[in-house]
Design a protein around this ligand. Structure first.
Ligand code: ZN
Length: 282
């Protein structure tokens, strides 16, 4: 069940609601692409990839929402204990709050962006929201963007895309249907500009070059041909609105325009933010 959109809440209110009443952000899991399933909630995405030789989970949702992820995986007919790899898009608590219980329960190996590791040790204030802590964890590996992360018949290529956080990482991989058709999936690890405002940049102490890095990587990625776009938050690409169009003959997520449109929108938004900024220097 999704939260009513009649009186839209602010993101902070939504996050609090998701922590205190996780059942209110629950959604039924669904298939997004061959081998790929949505197991996130109405606020934040999480994706299960069936490699044929074990499961890969992208993002862990919040600490209090882990039971929803596990329930979704079981509803799809998989065993959560078959999760071999857990990949984080970035270390904000709505994506990584559930890491500790998931890796404890499954034994999965954890990957994350090296540049986000300092959040866990030096600046937890930047990833927690007031009053909502979660279990500590250590990554097994950092992304290197050179070696694909492989399991079974899935090879995930990572790309460091700093901006939303210093270590935000994006994922690209191909999947095949039973007829042998191949589809290229893409997930941008973090497109929110909320951490790049003047106020937040001053609070985090990040260099202003972070905005330029974000813009540059968006421009680089916007030309990629992506058949199926996975939102790190479902609302980024209206995923939950498309669910009811799923049928035997229709995959509403198969739409090459979505990736380019999403990234072009963000390019315009970050350019506007830079233009309106009162900060100067580097
Ligand atoms: Zn975030």
């Amino acid at each position: 069940m999704a939260i009513s959109q009649k009186n839209p809440m602010t993101p902070i209110e939504y996050l609090r609601q998701g922590c205190e009443c996780p059942w209110e952000v629950a959604v039924e899991p669904f298939k997004v692409a061959p081998q790929v399933y949505y197991v996130g909630n109405s606020w934040v995405g999480a994706y299960l990839i069936d490699s044929g030789e074990g499961l890969i989970l992208i993002d862990a949702t919040m600490h209090n929402q882990v039971y929803l992820v596990l329930e979704s995986i079981r509803k799809l007919g998989f065993d959560p204990q078959d999760i071999k790899l857990l990949l984080l898009s970035h270390a904000h608590y709505d994506h990584c709050g559930g890491v500790r219980p998931i890796i404890e329960y499954t034994g999965a190996k954890l990957y994350m962006g090296k540049e986000d590791a300092y959040f866990l040790t030096e600046r937890p204030d930047l990833i927690y929201t007031e009053g909502y802590a979660f279990g500590s964890f250590q990554p097994d590996y950092y992304y290197d963007d050179v070696t694909a992360i492989s399991l079974g018949n899935i090879s995930i290529h990572t790309m460091h895309t700093p901006g939303h956080t210093p270590g935000t990482t994006s994922f690209f991989f191909a999947v095949q249907d039973k007829s042998g058709n191949t589809y290229r999936c893409g997930l941008h690890g973090g497109i929110g500009l909320n951490t790049l405002t003047d106020e937040l940049m001053q609070e985090s102490g990040w260099p202003l070059s972070m905005r330029e890095e974000f813009l540059n990587s968006l421009e680089k990625l916007s030309g990629m041909e992506i058949d199926i776009t996975l939102g790190s938050h479902p609302a980024q690409v209206n995923m939950l609105e498309k669910v009811e169009k799923i049928s035997e003959t229709c995959n509403p997520f198969l739409d090459r325009a979505v990736w380019t449109t999403l990234l072009q929108q963000r390019i315009l938004a970050i350019k506007e933010l830079i233009m309106a900024s009162n900060l100067s220097g580097c």
